[in-house]
Design a binder for this molecule. Structure first.
Ligand code: SF4
Ligand code: SF4
Length: 74
């Protein structure tokens, strides 16, 4: 599973395709008129998609590793 977690707020996304155009590694795909991150594991954290999104509806974070998650549970 990818460590990078990308979320597109589907209620806000207008499907303009800017994130697809600027992403150097092809993370996004337009599905039913909205952007969907389909290759999160390829993300190099350049933030170009966030900078070019006119609706400010992309968030990038990190998933806790299974080991870290276990530590927090204990
Ligand atoms: S941060 Fe860069 S590499 Fe990652 S999804 Fe956005 S544009 Fe693509
Ligand atoms: S740049 Fe923003 S509004 Fe445009 S398709 Fe991507 S997520 Fe949606």
């Amino acid at each position: 599973m990818s460590t990078v977690l990308i979320k597109v707020n589907e209620d806000e996304c207008i499907g303009c395709g800017n994130c697809l155009k600027v992403c150097p590694v092809g993370v996004y795909k337009i599905v039913e008129g909205r952007s969907r991150p389909v290759n999160e594991d390829k993300c190099i954290l350049c933030r170009a998609c966030i900078t070019h999104c006119p609706k400010n509806c992309i968030e990038i974070g990190f998933r806790a590793s299974p080991t870290l998650a276990r530590l927090y549970e204990e």
